[in-house]
Design a binder for this molecule. Structure first.
Ligand SMILES: NC(=O)NC(NC(N)=O)C(=O)[O-]
Ligand SMILES: [Zn+2]
Ligand SMILES: [Zn+2]
Length: 411
């Protein structure tokens, strides 16, 4: 029987081990899809799967699996895991904790109960964040078939790197591995840090997620003409920055006025030529908007179109690329109830809650019964080197995850 102390030390050791790959100077982690640190991390996970007696394999998108074969091999597979990629200078828990926790949970189940009834696959999704290419949820989206048959040859990173070339550099997308799309999955369970302060503020250890907000992402390209900052009078300028800032103000203010649940973020901006004494000829920026209701997002989107029509002139053009649209998704009530019963039985401080962050569980949750569990994030900080979760809470998460996987795969 594995005791809590052993699990606690195993999870903290593994998190520190993985945090060495892509470590940044201030203690954060950067692992962007199809880069050498990303590949090292997936190989390390594959090795860990193997040392924990799981059969490991990659798929053609770069997702990596560790399999515990069930007695009833024809039954749908129970999938558990999270993602290995990070944002730029992110923390060591976001995604990675879920992958490692799933590995430990399954390994302990095998030790304590032997071979499961149903096959369990632990997955380390190759990408979730959308930090390098405008393709968030690439890993789980590939598995559910969202991306099947689509042409991504013109998808570029902000630095101009072609998606298909980056992918091929590590041997993916060539048909050498199993196709990523799967139709044999029966349920998905993910454990993640909360990335907000609800649990931490309440002094609670476990969040059981009822649903995840919908999310839309856009890239706006505002194009005018570069010219001399000293000699071009204001009325003769084709200033992309002047239009971009007015548009950004409208986008953020409209989000703020919608209701308290609406969030709108302009997180990335590129200015050309990006120099003090030249009028910007081109400004490119991203917009990320989220809300629990699909209707609120659709209404907001129609307002965006209105603003663009208002601000576009013969001198300054605005192009909009709506590259990601993920609907709000409800988690399985039945699986959530199982997790809640576990928390009650263990006397854990827990609650039902909603997620404002996107998760692989959102993608899987639209096709199979899915359970998403949270442990607290210190001060609600995430996507930062300061991300932190107490070892005791990490262990509580693994234990709850183990219980849900047991219910699904052993009973
Ligand atoms: N859990 C996350 O940090 N997810 C992030 N990434 C996606 N793809 O939603 C996000 O922005 O919320
Ligand atoms: Zn994240
Ligand atoms: Zn994450």
């Amino acid at each position: 029987m594995t005791n809590n102390q052993q699990t606690l030390s195993a999870i903290t050791t593994l998190i520190e081990q993985m945090a060495q790959i892509g470590k940044t100077s201030d203690g954060g982690v950067t692992r962007l899809l199809y880069t050498s640190d990303w590949f090292k991390a997936q190989q390390e996970i594959s090795d860990l799967f193997q040392t924990h007696q799981l059969k490991t394999f990659f798929d053609d998108s770069g997702n990596v699996y560790g399999r515990a074969e069930g007695k009833a091999a024809a039954e749908p597979v129970i999938l558990t895991g999270s993602h290995i990629d990070t944002v730029i200078n992110g923390g060591k828990y976001d995604g990675t904790y879920g992958v490692l926790a799933s590995l430990l949970a399954v390994s302990e189940l095998l030790e304590e109960h032997g071979q499961p009834q149903k096959t369990i696959d632990v997955v380390s999704f190759c990408e979730e964040e959308g930090s390098r290419f405008p393709l968030n949820f690439w890993g789980s989206g590939s598995v559910t078939g969202i991306h099947t048959g689509k042409d991504y040859s013109d998808v570029l990173a902000a630095d101009g790197t072609a998606f298909t070339e980056a992918k091929a550099q590590y041997g993916f997308g060539q048909g050498d591995y199993l196709p990523a799309e799967r139709t044999d999955i029966g349920a998905f369970v993910e454990l993640h840090i909360e990335q907000g302060a609800i649990l931490a503020d309440a002094g609670e250890s476990l969040g059981i997620v009822k649903g995840i907000v919908g999310q839309k992402r856009f890239i706006f390209t505002v194009t005018g003409e570069s010219n001399h900052a000293g000699t071009t009078p204001m009325h003769k300028r084709r200033d992309a920055m002047a239009v971009a800032t007015e548009l950004i103000h409208k986008l953020i203010e409209t989000g703020r006025k919608t209701d308290v649940s609406f969030v709108a973020t302009v997180g990335q901006m590129m200015v050309e030529p990006n120099t003090p004494n030249v009028i910007p000829g081109k400004v490119t920026f991203t917009l990320d908007v989220r809300h629990p209701s699909k209707e609120a997002l659709v209404t907001y989107h129609s307002k965006i179109n209105g603003f663009v029509d208002q601000l576009r002139t013969a001198d300054v053009d605005i192009a909009v690329n709506h590259y990601s649209d993920v609907a709000p998704v409800a988690m399985s009530e039945k699986l959530a109830a199982r997790a809640y019963e576990h928390a009650q039985a263990k006397g854990l401080k827990s609650r039902y809650m909603y997620s404002g962050a996107g998760h692989d569980a959102q993608i899987l949750g639209s096709v199979v019964p899915t359970c998403l569990l949270f442990v607290p994030s210190k001060n609600g900080i995430s996507h930062s080197p300061h991300e932190y979760t107490k070892p005791e809470d990490l262990q509580i998460g693994v234990d709850a995850l183990k219980q849900v996987i047991y219910e699904l795969a052993y009973t």
